[in-house]
Design a protein around this ligand. Structure first.
Ligand code: SAH
Length: 291
């Protein structure tokens, strides 16, 4: 059955508001809802809901009535999504993702990298992190800001997945990075991705659950620790993470749903860190903390 997308085109703030409204109307059901930036220069965003062709009439009617009451200026648009194999699509069809100066792209989009970009080549595969998830994009944006704002001597990417964040940190700042993951497949994929991106030295890899490995002591303490995991493990890891942080270090956390953020911040406050800022993307937040 072919898939359809119903959407409105608007500003970022309105798209987020539409997303909220859509999730209260459709939240209990099994539809994918998303916001996405379409045109960075003009600040155009879309808020979308995805369904199958036989669900379209029902979704369209409810989406229209939501627009009529809450967003009368918006116009509902639709598109039929090409009927293709999702795995093949995830391997080849991914569009490049821009996050600050970083452009994460697959092999088929090498030519999209501009001179001023830091291109990161990641082909979708067995490990998480192609840049398409709001948490990865949120981390990349914040990473770019932090590396621009202050000198960072070394970094740790905990839960590296595809290695995307470690690669970004090394390419931008040319600093030594330690990249670890609980999953040996991720560690292997991340190492291959680093090589594909021309990094022969400069990133060390290890398979480890949390901080259970001597490599953290050998390479730490770290000026910058990035961990895009999930709220619950992040809260558990707070004391050991802070123990491996340099005296003036910065922490970037993601994998946290907006409504979970206060609990995570509280856990890191107790471990001695101060909240600096939070950014939002598609219902996920990225949090910056400092000593
Ligand atoms: N850093 C990448 C991947 C994030 S996905 C990105 O931002 O896109 C989260 C990764 O954390 C997964 O690869 C998962 O295997 C790993 N992970 C989960 N729990 C972990 C733990 N306790 N210690 C280390 N890695 C963990």
């Amino acid at each position: 059955m072919s898939e359809i997308r119903l959407f409105v085109s608007t500003t970022e703030a309105v798209a987020e508001a539409v997303l909220e409204a859509l999730s209260s109307v459709f939240g209990e059901e099994d539809y994918a809802i998303a916001t996405q930036e379409i045109d960075e220069a003009r600040g155009i965003w879309e808020a979308s809901i995805y369904g199958t062709a036989d669900q379209e009439a029902d979704i369209a009617e409810r989406f229209k009535s939501l627009i009529r009451t809450d967003f009368p200026a918006l116009v509902l648009e639709r598109e039929t999504l090409p009927d293709i194999d999702w795995i093949a699509r995830s391997l080849e069809g991914l569009k490049p993702v821009r996050a600050g100066r970083f452009l994460v792209h697959g092999s088929h989009d090498r030519d999209k990298v501009r001179l001023s970009d830091i291109g990161i080549l990641i082909d979708a595969g067995q490990a998480f992190g192609t840049g398409h998830h709001g948490t990865t994009a949120g981390c990349l944006n914040m990473l770019g800001d932090v590396l621009k704002a202050r000198p960072v001597r070394n970094a740790l990417d905990l839960g590296t997945g595809s290695g995307v964040l470690a690669i970004a940190a090394h390419l931008m700042a040319r600093i030594p990075v330690l990249a670890t993951d609980i999953d040996p497949v991720a560690t292997r994929v991340a190492r291959e991705n680093a090589r594909t991106n021309g990094i022969a030295r400069g990133i060390a890899f290890a398979t480890a659950p949390g901080f259970h490995h001597r490599i953290f002591r050998e390479n730490g303490p770290f000026d910058l620790i990035i961990a895009n995991i999930l709220a619950r493990p992040l809260m558990k890891l707070a004391p050991s993470l802070v123990r491996h942080l340099a005296a003036d270090g910065t922490v970037i956390l993601s994998g946290i749903l907006a409504e979970q953020r206060w609990k995570v911040i509280a856990a890191y406050n107790s471990a001695g860190l101060k909240h600096r800022r939070t950014t939002w993307m598609n219902g996920w937040v990225t949090i910056e903390l400092v000593r």
